[in-house]
Structures are given as C-alpha cells and as structure tokens.
Design a protein around this ligand. Sequence first.
Ligand SMILES: Cc1ncc(COP(=O)(O)O)c(C=O)c1O
Length: 327
Amino acid sequence: MSGIKKSITELVGHTPLLELTNYEKKNNLEAEIVVKLEYYNPNQSVKDRIALAMIEDAEKKGLLKPGYTIVETTSGNTGIGLAAIAATKGYRFKVYIQDQVSIERFKVIQAFGGETIKLGDEPVVAKVLAETGGDFVAAIKELEEKVLSKQKNIFFVNQVANPANPEVHKNTTGPEIWEDTEGKVDILVASVGTGGTISGAGAFLKSKNPDIKIVAIQPGPNSLPSVENPTPPDITGVHSFFGIPAERIPSTMDLNIYDEAFEVETYQAYEAARAVAKSDGILIGTSSGAAIYVATQLAKRPENKGKRIVAVLPDTGLRYLSTGLFE
Ligand SMILES: Cc1ncc(COP(=O)(O)O)c(C=O)c1O
C-alpha cells in the first residue's frame, strides 16, 4: 500500500507520546511524565481532531452541504483546524474569535481563506459580554439565536455543544493513549476548554481501567478576570468549570469525569513551557505548560512514586511567539 496521503484529513490524530526524561531528571521526579504531542496534527493542535469529526458528522447528517459556509466561534485553534479542513473540502469558512487571542491565529485562518471577525465587534455579542461580565456561553447562545439562525446555507459548528467533539476523543485520543502505553497509564492530565478532550479520552480510559485518575486543569484565581484586574494574562483555551453556574458550562464537559481539579496560575504554565523547551526541546503553548506544571506537582506526591502520568499537550508554542511566553 502506498504511503502517500491524498488529503490532510488522513493526517489527523495518531500523535506521538514522549517521556520527558531530561525534565524528570532535572526535577528529581520519581514518577514518569509522558506527554501526548498534539502539535503533530496537520495544523498543530488537538483541535484538528474535532474540526474533522464535527464537519464529517454534519455531512453525514445532511446539515452541511456543498456550497454552504461553515461558521464557528472560538479562541483560535478550532478555527484554524476548521479553516484548513473547510479549504480542502471546498467550503467557505467564517469565524468569530475572542478578542484577546494571539495575532498568529487570525493570520493562519486568513491564510486558509477563512474570514475572521472579532467576537466583541459583533454588537449582539458585545452587549451580552458586557452585561454578564464575560459569559461566553451566553454570548454565543445569543449570537446563534439573534444572528446565525437568520442566515441561510450555513452550518454552525458550535464546539461547546457538539457531541462529535467529546466523541472523537473517546474514539481516537483515549484509544491512542491506551495502545501506546500498552494499558500502563495511572493518571491522565488534561486542560478544560470545551471539556471535549478530558470527557472523551477520560471516558475511554476509565472504561478500560476504572482506577485511572483523571486530573482536570483550572485557571488559578489570579489568572481569572476580576474587578481589580479585568484582563489578566490567561491560559489560552482553558476555562473555569469549578464553582460556576451549570448553565455557563459547555455541554461537552462531563462534570463526573474528573477525580481532581488542579488550579494553575498563568505564570506557572509559562515557566513550565519554558523549562521543557530547554530540557527536552519541545515548543508548546500555555495550556500545555499548565499540563506539565500539574503533572510535575502530581509526580512529586509520595503516593505517585513509580506511576505513569500522561499529559495531553494541546498545541505548539509557535502560535505564541507574539505573546510574552518565551521572552
Ligand atoms: C490551546 C488550547 N488548550 C486547551 C484547550 C482545551 O481543550 P478542550 O476544548 O478539548 O477542553 C483548548 C480548547 O479551546 C485550546 O485551544
């Protein structure tokens, strides 16, 4: 069989696992930290998985037809994945992006021929965000009801409520971790944005071994907007789900899946991303840095001596060169 692929859709998934051997030694860790490098996807993030899955699911269900425009709201990586797959499949693509997202994301989507709109520039959304103090779930619902529902020949992807999102992690991310570790995995660490990764991969791993511990990453109190600091540097793509009203949590997040929620401040995520770049030569984004920080804290606990911690690293550090991450 030829090894030549015919579409980028064939390049999604099957990302490698890497043990951070130098980092473990430098930090005198007695547990293994193994990372799943999602930047090996064709457009360098975990979101390529859901982009392909949500598009093909909509095609199968007849919700997306030739000539339609694909529409999404996102903090970036999902937009990039969708833009690329829309390009290769011949659809138009339009995306509403959160205003504080790094400039690389806008440029990449535009390179794929996608149209980018700042979420705050859409008046309906801006109003809800101002009234609710930044409730994106409510803002997106309003956008759907007041703007998108009136447009014809579009498919609104809606990753925060699309069951194909967690489903693809259950069918691919989870099984890949299980197979590549030959079933030897004790702890899974994953960040939570839509919750798709942790809910799907976590469900698969728990179905194989109910004793596997699932640890979810939460932004720490100083990395969340407050009255004193309305726009703190954030961990891109990572949102609070702990202690906030249920209606503000994406339906793609299974609140019963995790055993522990671990808080990380943005500076801790930055420090971990810088450390592994120098120790093991991997360039990763802020949510990946957060996953390494959490895995390190877990590895230091005496009860985890000799255990294997698998941390999902969602994206590449190349997407953060315009931010302060590597300065
Ligand atoms: C950079 C980054 N990290 C982590 C996540 C969280 O992944 P999930 O949406 O599967 O919870 C996202 C999702 O928006 C992301 O863009």
